[in-house]
Structure formats: structure tokens, C-alpha cells
Design a protein. Structure first.
Length: 863
């Protein structure tokens, strides 16, 4: 039974959300224009089509095979029935009211509601007496049937073919609402400056805090409403309605600018660790070129990644759900649930924010809940298998949403089949293969922690690059032979192998599974859904605009590296631009279909740069960021373009908003970084006041030494310790081809997607098993069990739930940091330190050092 305190807390949450809803309703007392409302009708096939669609559940395998036409695609469509529903709900979620359209309201009406895949087309008809008296005073609600919620529609329908999109995006547009307004620009640019500046400032601190763009999306709503209400009508305020399109543009500007510019890590490393003189021109150009190159690629890839309806972008649907929740007043009766999306969001948001105080501050052991390790803290094997710091995380459980979403984002946004690929991949590579390699001491790995992202020497300590570096920034060969070769923990080495497989396998996968569709999109012969047809009425952005951006960024990059002599030659700059150009569409397709990032170009850039520019760590560092950030930032640009596509916003307005916000954000973040590292001498030192130790810049510096000075040749070349991992470059394409051939015989095999399986491992380590097992359990619960059993509920609440949980953690993190941790410091007690006293927390290896005092090859035998 729940405790009295829990009951009182839940009652307070309900009361608080009702008060907030009342305030929001009062602020919306004037009728909203149509653009703020959702369509009251949704086009769905008739019952017979629903039954046919249910009998062919594999008619559409998103991301694996081309969409096949079902019987439902060729049948007529019709919409929801509009009904007045009582608050009393009968068994099975069946309302006790009947349809409004009855020509004789006092007669008995028959309302068939239920799963349409059951014999007879649904639940038994319920005869319901209705009258005007019965309906008096009740809310006006649309019933969302399970069959309607899960049906795939033809592209010619007046709504999206895909139920995921229909759940949160309306198929209507009102082009008359003001979008390119002064209030949008002022609020958006203000959020851009404040958010990007604060995030960059705190990125220099350890521990740091990041203000999520979802926080900006939440705060923009009351700010926009207050602006619309209080500012006089005129050029500053076109009307009294802050609309969803303006709100979406502000969110887009925040999305592309809030993330810390990766080039600032290069600036920190160059000035504070390499001792270079700070130069404003170099620093600004480096930030701008790395941030905006992806902008050009995003626009050039629009016909493949934005226009096609099959590119649904689940990440974007979460943003769209939050926007719809805040701006729409429509309510649907879904599987007996009549609570509005707004109230549902507020309850989950407040509950999630309050709960995060427990794993985020009060009892952090709930976050790394390896209770087995707490019981036997000195048992090395148990801690390596069940631990969550340097172990494999087989303890499975965590009570921290931030841990669940750490490795691959919200599990509520990933299709079930993709989640199965992710969990299966981790289980095979890290729960099966890694222990076999580790406990057989392959690569001398048993002398190191099992799962760790650091590099080690032959005594089991962190590799000290200062012992082998000469004054000119190159490796002193004599010192290197006297010290140690570099060793990787087996889990870290496995991540390199998986990445090698993905880097080659993803091309074969895209050609075999998506080549035909991509060719049709290139020729412009692919079918267009309702949203593409709506967007065709707006003036498009010419492709050459993005081409000019790309060329200008390339020229500026060459100038930057030639004028300031970074040792990065022109051919290397060109290669750094070619790599993301080649990988952009394959990575974008996987992300658009599954919400799983397969961008592992950071490893490839380090690998190629280390071979091509060995002995030039500064050049290697810049080469890596040009190649990797272009895809990372470019995918964010594409996602925001897709959000604008769903919100039906003029592409030219989006072009201006994204370009200006990204440019302004890069300049602000560059300015904050330069100001901090040049004004305060102690910044980026271990004893810096306020812990401004520049953790990201320090890691970038160490990485540049490892890959630029020592180089991958001493690790992965044939004959070296990890040379056999190069075979993974061949393993990736071979596995994809075998799977494709088997899929032609057994169609279920097509659900196996190797780019998803490989790409999801990119954050291992530091991600461990708990980040995957708890993530997968949540994915199974919502995107398999609930979606199959309660499709209407899933359609109404799933994306809202994801947005609410993300917002709750984001807001709570900011509050904890600024209001508690920053002034008072961390809370020290057993619940927050228990994991540090275990073999897992201390990274205890399986084997002790041999009597010689070191492991590995004989002293001086490496070169």
C-alpha cells in the first residue's frame, strides 16, 4: 500500500497541474485561429481495410525494406466519428455515450469501439441510449479507436501514411498566420545568446551542467504568450496569439545553437596545453567553419532526408508533441483515458522533475544501482560483470531517466525492432565476446579494467604521454621504447572493432535496402504525402544557396589553416570535407528511421588522421573535428528542417533562422571561451577556482597526442597488438550481404539492421550494460507491449511522455546544479559513495601484475 506521504505528494501534483491548466485555459479564452488548433477529423480507411492491414503486419518495415502496398492503400478513407462522451467509462474503455450525428437523438444508437483485428471487426456493439439531456454539460471529445491509431494509410490520403506522425502532427496548414515576426526573432536570438553562452561557460567546469534546448522550448511558451498579451499591436506584436509556428522557429534556433561548439575544445587545447598564442581571427573562423559546414550538407541532402514521408525522424516527433501539447486544445478519448495531453504532460513533468532529485542528488546510488556489487564489494569477477562504472552492467536496473537515455536517447522514440537490434548487439559483443576475450587475457586485457575509455601503460596506470613527447611535439623514440606501448581495455578495443564494421557496412546496407528509394528521390519520382504536398506551396530554398555555404566554409577552412599554420595541409582539409559528405546521407537515413545515431566518424577521422599526419598532433586534432562535427551538427540541422516541414513553415524563413542562430551561437561560444582562458590564468589548470579545469579541452589534448603523435599505426597495424581488429572492416559488409540474402527467403530477417546494431555502440564506454538493458526494457514496454495492446493510448501519450520525462530531468538538473550543488557542494553519505568503495568503482583488474612489475612485450621490443 502507498504511504500517506506518497498519497499527499501525488494529490499535490494533481492540484498543481490543475491550477496550471486553469491558468493556461484562461490565457486562451479568446478563440484561437485555426492554425493553433488540430483538425477534428483524421482520415482513416474503413473497418474492412483495417482488418486487412492488421492481417499484414509486415506490410511496412520502416528502414529495412521499401514500403509495400497493402489492401488498405487502395481502399477509400473516412474519418473519425465525432461524439459527445460522458466522463463515465464502461468496461474495456468503451464510453457510455453515442454518436452525435444521429438523426434521432433519443433513439438507441449502436457504437462499435474496439480492436478491429478481432473476429467480426471489433468489440461487440454496445447499445447506448442518448438524448440531448444526457449530453448536456459534458466535454466534447473525439474517440480515437485502436484500429485507426495503428493503420498505415496510402500516400494519397489527407493525413500522414504513418501512425507515428499522425499521433502528433496535424495535416492542415494556415499560411496566413504570422511567422517571420519581430517577437519570434527577438525571443529566438535572446535565447540563442543566453543559452549558448551559459552552456559554453559551464562546459569549462567539472562537473558541468548543460541547459537542454527543451528548456528553451518550454520557457519560450510563457514568454511568447506574455509578449503577445502585453505588447501593443503593431510591428512588434502582429496579434494577440503566439502561434505554434513562431514557437517552433524559436525551438529550432535553440536546437542549433545550444550545444557547445566542438571547436572551442581545440581552442582550449591549443592555447592552454600547446601554448599557442590566442588569435581572435583563427578562433572565430575555426568555430564558424566547423559549425556551419554541416548546415550546407543538411540543405543539400534535403530531398533524401526531409521530403520523403518515410523519413519520420522520431526525435523530431517528440519536439512536435511538446509543441502540440502546449498549443492544441483538442482532446481524444484513447482506450478509456480522457486526460488531456497538457495535463498528462504536466503531471509527468512535475513528477519526473521531483523524482530526479533522488538519483540526481539525494541518493545517487539509485542511478548506478549495482546492488550486487554493494553486497560483495571485493569480489572482482562479480563487480566486473554487474558493475556500472568499469563493469558490464549486468545488474540491469537503474532508477535514473538520465541513465536510461544516456547512450541512445529516449527509448520511447525508437521502434521496437530497432531496440531489439541495439540490445542484441550489446549482449553479443559486450556480454558474450568481451568476457571471453578478457578472462583468456587476450591483448593482455586481464591486467586492465574490463570496460574503460582510458588508455594504459604496461603497469596498469593511465598512459602518461608527457614521458615520450619531445619539445617539438613529436614522439621521442628512445623514451617511447624505455616507457611502454599503449594498451586499451578490452571493451574499448571492441568498440573500435564494431565501429570499423559499421563504417564499411553502412554503405552496403544503404545500397541494398534503400538504393532504389534514394534513386527515385534523386529523380523526383517518389510519392508525396500530405505534408510534402503542403510544403510544395511554399517557395523552396534553391539548392545552390546551401552549395554556396558549403564552398564558402571550405575556402574559409583552407584560409584558416594556411594563414595560422596549423600544419593541416590543403589536401587534408579537402579530405576532412569529403568524409562527412560521403557518410552524411547513410547516417541520416538510419537516424531518420530509427533515432539511432550511426555517426562514428570521430574514430575514422582519428584513424585516418593518425596515419596520414603522424607526428602532427595539432593537425590531427583539427582534422578530426572538421570531419566529425560536420555530420554531428548537420544531422541536427536536418532534424530541425524536418520539424519545420511538419509545422509547415516556409523553408526560406527556416534557412535564415538556422543560419543566423548557428552563426551567432558559434561567435558567442568562441567569445566566452577566449575571454575565460585569456582573462583568468588559472582556468584549465587542476587547481582552478570554481573547478574550471577545462575537462573537454584536456581530453581533446590527450587524444591528439595519442592519435597524432603515437598514432594508430602502433596499435592497429598488422602485427601490432590490436591489428586483427582491422578484419572488422570486412566483417561489416559481409554480415550485411548475408542478412540481405537470407531476408529474400525469410522476410523476418529484414528486421536485422547492422548499422543500427553497430552504430548504437558508439558511446561504449563510458556507457555500460545498464544504459542498454534498462533502455531496452522501457522500449519493450511502450513500443511493443503497450503499442500492440493499446495503440490509441500509445498514439495519444507516448511522445508526450517522452518529452515530459526529458523536460523534467533537464529542468531538475539545472535547479540542482545552480541552487544546491554550486553553493553547497555534493551531498556526502553512504548512498552517494557506496559504489566508489567497490572493485567496480575502483576499476580493479582481474589479474595482478607479474613479478617483473609489468605485462606485455619484453622491454624495448616495441617501436
Amino acid at each position: 500500500m502507498p504511504t500517506g506521504g506518497a498519497i499527499r505528494m501525488f494529490s499535490c501534483l494533481i492540484l498543481l497541474q490543475r491550477r496550471v491548466c486553469a491558468v493556461l485555459r484562461s490565457s486562451a479564452s479568446q478563440p484561437l485561429p485555426y492554425s493553433h488548433e488540430w483538425s477534428s477529423t483524421t482520415v482513416v480507411p474503413p473497418d474492412s481495410a483495417g482488418r486487412c492491414a492488421r492481417q499484414q503486419p509486415k506490410s511496412t518495415v520502416i528502414g529495412l525494406t521499401r514500403t509495400q502496398t497493402t489492401v488498405a492503400d487502395v481502399l477509400d478513407a473516412r474519418g473519425f466519428q465525432r461524439v459527445h462522451a460522458r466522463k463515465a467509462i464502461g468496461r474495456g474503455g468503451i464510453p457510455v455515450d453515442g454518436p452525435q450525428e444521429s438523426p434521432h437523438p433519443t433513439d438507441l444508437q449502436v457504437l462499435s469501439i474496439g480492436r478491429e483485428d478481432k473476429p467480426g471487426g471489433g468489440a461487440s456493439p454496445v447499445q447506448i441510449p442518448t438524448s440531448h439531456a444526457d449530453l448536456k454539460g459534458e466535454d466534447d471529445i473525439t474517440i480515437l479507436r485502436d484500429g485507426d491509431a495503428e493503420r498505415v494509410l496510402p500516400y494519397s490520403a489527407d493525413d500522414s501514411p504513418f501512425p507515428e506522425v499522425r499521433a502528433v502532427v496535424r495535416p492542415k496548414d494556415d499560411a496566413s498566420v504570422p511567422v517571420n515576426t519581430v517577437r519570434m526573432w527577438v525571443i529566438g536570438l535572446l535565447f540563442t545568446i543566453i543559452g549558448s553562452g551559459l552552456n559554453q561557460f559551464f562546459s569549462l567546469r567539472q562537473p558541468s551542467v548543460s541547459i537542454n534546448s527543451l528548456v528553451a522550448q518550454l520557457l519560450a511558451f510563457p514568454v511568447g504568450r506574455l509578449w503577445a498579451r502585453w505588447m501593443p499591436i503593431g510591428i512588434l506584436n502582429p496579434d494577440r496569439h503566439f502561434n505554434i509556428k513562431e514557437h517552433a522557429l524559436i525551438a529550432i534556433m535553440a536546437n542549433v545553437s545550444f550545444g557547445s561548439a566542438a571547436a572551442t575544445q581545440v581552442i582550449q587545447a591549443a592555447v592552454k596545453f600547446y601554448g599557442m598564442r590566442s588569435d581572435g581571427g583563427f578562433e572565430v573562423l575555426l568555430c564558424v567553419t566547423t559549425q556551419l559546414f554541416g548546415f550546407g550538407l543538411a540543405g543539400l541532402a534535403a530531398r533524401w532526408l526531409i521530403t520523403p514521408a518515410s523519413m519520420i525522424w522520431p526525435q523530431v516527433l517528440s519536439n512536435a508533441a511538446l509543441l502540440a501539447t502546449l498549443h492544441s486544445r483538442e482532446n481524444l478519448l484513447a482506450d478509456g483515458w480522457r486526460i488531456t495531453r497538457l495535463r498528462f504532460f504536466l503531471v509527468v513533468f512535475l513528477g519526473g522533475a521531483l523524482w530526479y532529485f533522488a538519483p540526481g542528488y539525494l541518493f545517487t546510488g539509485l542511478s548506478t544501482f549495482s546492488f550486487v556489487c554493494w553486497i560483495v564489494p571485493s569480489n572482482v569477477v562479480v563487480n566486473q560483470l554487474f558493475g556500472q562504472v568499469t563493469g558490464l552492467g549486468m545488474s540491469i536496473l537503474t532508477f535514473d531517466w538520465a541513465q536510461i537515455v544516456y547512450a541512445n536517447g529516449s527509448p520511447l522514440l525508437v521502434p521496437f525492432w530497432a531496440g531489439l537490434n541495439v540490445m542484441g548487439s550489446f549482449a553479443i559483443f559486450y556480454w558474450l565476446i568481451c568476457p571471453i576475450l578478457y578472462y583468456t587475457n587476450t591483448w593482455y586485457s586481464a591486467y586492465l579494467p574490463l570496460l574503460n575509455s582510458n588508455t594504459f601503460d604496461n603497469t596498469g596506470h593511465a598512459y602518461n604521454t608527457s614521458r615520450i613527447m619531445g619539445p617539438d611535439g613529436t614522439v621521442n623514440q628512445t623514451a617511447y621504447q624505455a616507457y611502454s606501448p599503449m594498451f586499451l581495455p578490452v571493451g574499448y578495443a571492441m568498440t573500435f572493432g564494431v565501429a570499423f564494421a559499421n563504417l564499411t557496412g553502412i554503405f552496403v546496407h544503404i545500397i541494398l535496402y534503400h538504393g532504389h528509394d534514394l534513386w527515385r528521390q534523386w529523380k523526383g519520382t517518389n510519392e508525396r504525402d500530405i505534408h510534402a504536398r503542403i510544403m510544395a506551396t511554399y517557395r523552396r530554398v534553391p539548392w545552390w544557396w546551401f552549395g554556396v555555404v558549403t564552398v564558402v566554409m571550405f575556402v574559409l577552412s583552407v584560409v584558416t589553416n594556411e594563414v595560422w599554420r596549423t600544419e593541416l595541409p590543403i589536401w587534408a582539409v579537402f579530405l576532412a570535407f569529403v568524409l562527412p559528405t560521403i557518410y552524411f546521407i547513410p547516417v541520416g537515413v538510419i537516424k531518420a528511421l530509427t533515432n539511432i545515431s550511426s555517426n562514428q566518424l570521430n574514430l575514422l577521422s582519428e584513424f585516418i588522421g593518425g596515419y596520414a599526419m603522424r607526428g602532427h598532433p595539432m593537425a590531427n586534432m583539427i582534422f578530426k573535428f572538421y570531419g566529425y562535427v560536420a555530420i554531428q551538427q548537420g544531422i541536427e540541422f536536418v532534424a530541425d528542417m524536418k520539424l519545420a516541414h511538419y509545422m509547415h513553415i516556409s523553408p526560406r524563413t527556416v534557412f535564415a533562422a538556422q543560419g543566423i542562430a548557428a552563426l551567432l551561437g558559434a561567435i558567442v561560444q568562441c567569445g566566452v571561451t577566449v575571454f575565460m582562458i585569456t582573462t583568468f590564468d588559472e582556468v584549465c589548470t587542476p587547481d582552478a577556482d570554481g573547478n574550471f579545469t577545462c575537462p573537454h579541452g584536456r581530453v581533446t589534448y590527450s587524444s591528439s597526442l595519442i592519435w597524432g603523435a603515437i598514432g594508430p599505426g602502433r596499435l592497429f597495424s598488422p602485427g601490432e597488438i590490436y591489428g586483427k581488429l582491422l578484419w572488422f572492416f570486412l566483417v561489416g559488409p559481409v554480415l550485411v550481404i548475408i542478412t540481405f540474402c537470407l531476408g529474400r527467403r525469410w522476410t523476418n530477417v529484414n528486421y536485422l539492421s547492422w548499422p543500427v546494431a553497430f552504430g548504437a555502440m558508439s558511446l561504449v564506454p563510458p556507457a555500460t550494460g545498464v544504459n542498454f538493458s534498462s533502455w531496452w526494457a522501457t522500449n519493450v514496454l511502450f513500443n511493443w507491449f503497450i503499442r500492440r495492446r493499446r495503440p490509441a493510448w500509445w498514439s495519444k501519450y507516448n511522445y508526450v511522455l517522452s518529452a515530459a520525462l526529458d523536460c523534467g530531468v533537464a529542468v531538475s538538473t539545472v535547479i540542482i546544479f545552480f541552487c544546491i550543488s554550486l553553493p553547497a557542494g555534493p551531498l556526502k553519505w553512504w548512498g552517494n559513495t557506496v559504489y566508489t568503495h567497490t572493485a567496480d568503482g575502483q576499476g580493479t583488474p582481474y589479474k595482478r601484475l607479474p613479478s617483473a612489475g609489468y605485462f606485455g612485450p619484453e622491454k624495448g621490443s616495441w617501436s
